[in-house]
Design a protein. Sequence first.
Length: 317
Amino acid sequence: MRRRLQKGQSNWRHSRRSSFLAQAEQAAARIDHKGHNPGYRTLENGNARRPETSQLSLDRRDGSHTGRIEQTEDQQTDCSQPAMIRPHSATAIFMHWYNAACWLLLLFTGFALLENPLMQPVGDWWSSLWTGAFGALGLLRLHVVVGMAWIVLYAVYLLIRARAEALPFLKEITDLHIGSDLVWCLRKGLWLVLGERLMRRLGLDPELPPQGFYNAGQKLVGIIAVLCSLGLALTGLILVFASGRPGTEGLLQICLLAHFCCAGLMAVFLPVHIYMAAFAPGEAPALRSMFTGYVPLEHIRHHNPLWFRKLAESEKE
């Protein structure tokens, strides 16, 4: 009797998995050769409406962006919850927020260290605020300690998780399609400012080109973040360990200028990234995934149809 029950449960799970695979294949088939999914109707608030929704929860355990999908044990017997994909591991989530905290603190203290009024982007009151709290020497030490902690932990992370997470991340953000990426950035910017209705009234096409794991804006910010991080880390180490040594005055001046330029770029693009992730319409599921690790499959179908097609193909294999 027990064997019959176990066999029946196994057959039921297999049928549920086959059911999802069939739905995924149908959805992938609806994505045309350009990657569009005509089964969606885009609403003005950035959400999508679709008549049918998969009810099978999924868990991607391998950490890759196109890996095999596996069912979680606690969801196999519960059909009431929406389908979910796990694109972010706990390690990646921690490093994301660790990186964000370090960057903000380094930007705040770094701008406060600028004594030249012509180079001070915030104002003299900002420097007075921080130096009044920590003192000039204490502020410099705080900046150096946070910077070194950021570099050391990231170096350890890259040594441990380079193949599993860092290299796939670099592969995704450098998978550029110049034409469609430029169109996406331009139309997304106009959509955020004007809205879909006004764009159509002005004769502008509000439809966005299909995107993969990362959209064009995320890839742009990711590339800038990686390059600026390398520049900040390298020039920061030179400024710390070469300062005060004879014959390094010219090198230190060049490194200081490069350090300031990299920090300036991050000061421009970091608020854009924060707005697009936290406040842009329709991006709430993606933001929640940076806390939970999970994103709804329905969100992927609408916002990342190229990635969804890869998921469906990998599940078929």
